[in-house]
Design a protein around this ligand. Structure first.
Ligand SMILES: [Zn+2]
Length: 465
C-alpha cells in the first residue's frame, strides 16, 4: 500500500478528501453492487463517490491517496448487541447454561463502577474496531448504587477511540425476592430506573444524521424486569423519540419462565406490553415459532443475532434464514464478552454462516447474506440504514479495508468469500466518520498496551471486591 499525503488545493474551508483506488469493493447497497477494481472517495465525514476503475480526476484537497491493490473494501461492520462491562469478567462460568451463568456472575457484576466500566469499554471497543466494526451498541443494565457515572465513562472511552456509539440505558427491577433471577442487590427501583433512563437520553442522545452517540432505552429481559418497567420504558422511549432494546426468546428456560408467570411465550408477552415495532430490536430471538417470526416481520421488529454467544452457552440456533425470508430486520452482535471472550465482530460473519448451515443446510446463508447481516442489516436494526451500513454517495464514511492477498487469503477467487469463509482478514484501514481509527491492524488514536493494562487492573480490582 502506498500513501500520498500531498494536498491538492489551498482552499482550507472545504473538507479534505481520502481517495482509495484499485481495490475490490462490496458496497452492500440494495442491489449488492460490487466492483472487481474500483474507487471510493471520502470527503469529510461522507462518502462522495464509489465506482469502477480509478477515481474521477480533478478532485481537490486530496489529503490522502491510497492504493488498495489486494484489498476488499466493505462498509464498516455494525454491532447490534454487547455488554461492555463484561470485558473484565471474561473466562468465568465456562460450562454453564444461561441461567446458571447469570446466577454465577450477577454477584460479581454487583461490584462494578464507572472506572472499571471505562476500562472494559476500552477493551470491548478495541476488539470491535480491530475486527472491522465502526458502530457498536452497548447494553449496560447493572447500575450499582455506588457505581458512579457508568454510561458517561463508556461514552468517554468510545469517543477517545473514535467509534460510533449507540449506548443503551438498561435496567433491572425484578429481584430474586419478587421472583426474578438477579439478586436484589443488582436491581434498581422501577421509578429510579426510568428517571435515570430519561436523564441519559436528555444528556447524550443526538438525533442528527452524523451522530456519534445515540441513546436507547433497554430494560434487560423478561426474567429480570417487571411489566411496569417494560411498559414505562416503551412509553418513555416513544415520548422522546429513541429506540428500544431488550433480550428476547434466548433460552427454553426463559420461555418456561414466561409461560409460568405470564401464561404466554416471550414474544407474545413483550407484544402485550407494546414491545413490538420498527423502533424495537431484541437480542437472540432463538426460540421463535412461525407466529413469533410473523409478528416480528409484520411490525418491523429487529433481531440482534449473536452466534458465538449462543453457541458458548448452548442456547440454541436462531432461525435467521426464516427471519430473512419473512422480512425481519436482522443484524449481528458479539453479545457480552463473558459469553464471547473474543468480542470480535469480524468473526461473527463466519460463525453466523456456519451456525445457519448446521441448522438449515449448505444454502441456508450465503457469504453475501452474512456480510449484509454484519453491515446493512445491523444498520437497519439500529434505525440508521439511511446513514451507515452500505457504501453509497451521501452516506457516512464508515468503511473497512481488508487485505485479501496475504498468505492467509491469496488465491481465493472471491474476495467476499475470502473475508467471510477465510481466516480473520488483516485490517489495513478502518475509517469512522471519515477519520482513521485503525491502521495496519492497530488502533490509531490510543495506546493498545495501556488499554490492556487498564483492563487487567480493573479486572483485578473487581475480583478483590
Ligand atoms: Zn446480551
Amino acid at each position: 500500500m502506498s500513501v500520498d499525503r500531498s494536498t491538492g488545493s489551498t482552499d482550507t474551508t472545504a473538507p479534505g478528501r481520502i481517495v482509495i483506488e484499485n481495490c475490490a469493493i462490496a458496497t452492500v447497497d440494495a442491489r449488492d453492487t460490487e466492483y472487481d477494481s474500483g474507487h471510493v472517495v471520502v470527503a469529510g465525514n461522507r462518502i462522495e463517490a464509489v465506482g469502477a476503475g480509478p477515481a474521477p480526476a480533478g478532485a481537490e484537497r486530496v489529503v490522502r491517496r491510497i492504493d488498495g491493490t489486494g484489498h476488499l473494501v466493505t462498509p464498516g461492520l455494525v454491532n447490534t448487541h454487547h455488554h461492555f462491562y463484561q470485558w473484565i469478567t471474561r473466562g468465568l462460568a465456562q460450562e454453564c447454561d444461561l441461567f446458571d451463568w447469570l446466577v454465577t456472575l450477577y454477584p460479581v457484576w454487583a461490584g462494578i463502577d464507572d472506572e472499571m466500566c471505562y476500562a472494559a469499554a476500552q477493551g470491548s471497543a478495541a476488539a470491535l474496531l480491530r475486527s472491522g466494526c465502526t458502530t457498536s451498541t452497548d447494553h449496560a443494565y447493572v447500575f450499582p448504587k455506588d457505581g458512579g457515572d457508568i454510561l458517561g465513562a463508556e461514552i468517554r472511552a468510545l469517543a477517545e477511540l473514535g467509534m460510533r456509539f449507540q449506548p443503551t440505558r438498561g435496567s433491572m427491577d425484578l429481584g430474586a425476592s419478587r421472583g426474578g433471577l438477579p439478586p436484589d442487590a443488582c436491581v434498581e427501583d422501577t421509578d429510579a430506573a426510568l428517571a435515570a433512563t430519561a436523564e441519559a437520553i436528555d444528556r447524550w442522545h443526538d438525533a442528527s444524521f452524523d451522530a456519534m452517540v445515540r441513546v436507547t432505552a433497554a430494560p434487560c429481559s423478561p426474567f429480570s424486569v417487571t411489566p411496569e418497567l417494560l411498559r414505562g420504558a416503551a412509553e418513555l422511549a416513544r415520548a422522546k423519540g429513541v429506540r428500544l432494546h431488550t433480550h428476547g426468546a434466548e433460552t427454553v428456560e426463559e420461555e418456561a419462565f414466561c409461560r409460568e408467570r405470564f401464561g404466554m411465550g416471550p414474544t407474545d408477552y413483550l407484544e402485550s406490553l407494546g414491545w413490538l415495532g420498527e423502533d424495537v430490536w431484541m437480542a437472540h430471538c432463538i426460540h421463535m415459532d412461525d407466529s413469533d417470526i410473523a409478528k416480528f416481520a409484520a411490525t418491523g421488529t429487529g433481531v440482534a443475532h449473536c452466534p458465538s454467544s449462543n453457541a458458548r452457552i448452548a442456547a440454541g440456533i436462531a432461525r435467521v434464514p426464516d427471519m430473512l425470508a419473512a422480512g425481519v430486520p436482522v443484524g449481528l452482535g458479539v453479545d457480552g464478552a463473558a459469553s464471547n471472550e473474543s468480542g470480535e465482530l469480524g468473526g461473527e460473519l463466519r460463525n453466523a454462516l456456519l451456525i445457519a448451515r448446521l441448522r438449515g443446510g449448505p444454502a441456508a446463508l450465503t457469504v453475501r447474506q452474512a456480510l449484509r447481516l454484519g453491515t446493512a442489516g445491523g444498520a437497519k436494526v439500529l434505525g440508521r440504514e439511511h446513514e451507515i451500513g452500505s457504501l453509497e454517495p451521501g452516506k457516512l464514511a464508515d468503511l473497512a479495508m481488508w487485505r485479501v492477498d496475504g498468505v492467509s487469503h491469496s488465491g481465493v477467487v472471491d474476495p467476499v468469500a475470502a473475508l467471510v469463509l477465510g481466516a480473520a482478514a488483516p485490517l489495513t484501514l478502518l475509517l469512522v466518520n471519515g477519520r482513521e481509527v485503525v491502521e495496519q491492524g492497530h488502533l490509531s488514536r490510543v495506546d493498545e498496551e495501556e488499554i490492556a493494562r487498564n483492563v487487567s487492573r480493573a479486572a483485578a480490582r473487581l475480583r478483590a471486591k
